[in-house]
Write a protein that binds this ligand. Sequence first.
Ligand code: MN
Length: 433
Amino acid sequence: MNRLEEYNKKRNFSNTIEPIGKIDKKNKKRFCVQHHIARKDHYDFRLEYKGVLISFAIPKGPSYNTKDKRLSIHVENHPTSYINFEGVIKDGYGKGIVMLWDIGTYTEIEKFDNTFKKGYLKFKLNGKRLKGHWTLVKFKDDNWLLIKEKDNIKIFDDINKFNTSIKTNRTMDEIKSEIIITNPNKIIKDNITKLDIVNYYKKVYDRMSLYLNNRIISAIRYVNNNTFFKRHFRENKYLNKVKNKEYYYINNILGLISEVQMNSYEFHINNSNISDLKHPNIMIFDLDPDKNLDLNDVRDCVKNLKEILDKLKLKSYLKTSGGKGYHVIVPINEKLTWNKVNKISKDIVKIMINKYPDKYTDNIRIKNRKNKVFIDYFRNKESASCVAPYSLRIRDKITVSMPIKWSELYKIKPDEIDIKNALKRLKRVNPWT
Ligand code: MN
């Protein structure tokens, strides 16, 4: 009997994107694990052997705990071309989503030829997520158990945390949706690729979404070293149109990733939430030093501003701009009009300037800002926007507008945080809580 007959019989190849089963003449020793959300959620574990993939469906997936015995149901052989398979099975047998969860090579510890009919397989895996010595042992009919053997291989104690594809780095939702990133290896700047930017936004999304979602977005697209400002809604099933306006907002990760796919790498937000566009719920001060000034001059200015805000009993939060200065954000809990908030911010800046007339200015003309820190309150106008917390800035290098603690004002430079630092800092508690 053809060792792929059952595989081919079960499938209608005019209806599935899975490969047609053909025996492979080569005899490689590869393995793969596919996370398969079908009628039941399970992992498919496949060992390449004599031109087919010997396959087991493991409901709970593999475990590194040597005490675990994971039920593994021996299912039909799959063709070796299945080893890279990932995607959506729209209909028929196995209908659901398949994510390539791990791939690698293996070595037989005992010859499968001798042990398979006896009901066990002993092998050593060399994948990215699964490594070391394992045994599959049959206990009844097609029911086997997958057991991790004790060895000195460094293990991942919680492999459930791997919820993205080893091949495309997509989550199940992303595979289901697609979004396919075109030109993933294109270098945007400083050896940072488009895929690096996609992965950055995926990792910061949970935190960033607190500030980004449900606000009118202004995105900056980078195409062939040119920048384009994008604020108008264009038909895209992952983005949302603001009611009665030509603008758009994001309210899920796919919206953000689809924007990055369209080469938008920098995101600016409006001060109001789309649920109440007439009343801003944040007030922003953008502090930028003249180029002759010392970094500590702008830091002193931020500190002085905070003192005034403290006296007014206004709670404030700090972030780096990713450029030359810092941003101070004040949440507004009352319903105030744009004009009112704009006036309050202006009055606060006037207090600063009256107190330190030689040091600070709110004059928008660059020549009038010589040797002064420019305190920009114009970002509190209804039409204005400010770079979102955790957004990248594509400058001479790629930086992040990073929320920091007040105690870090004199420790962190405005353009110091890059993608790597930002992701490290993400593991700490939110500095804004
Ligand atoms: Mn399956």
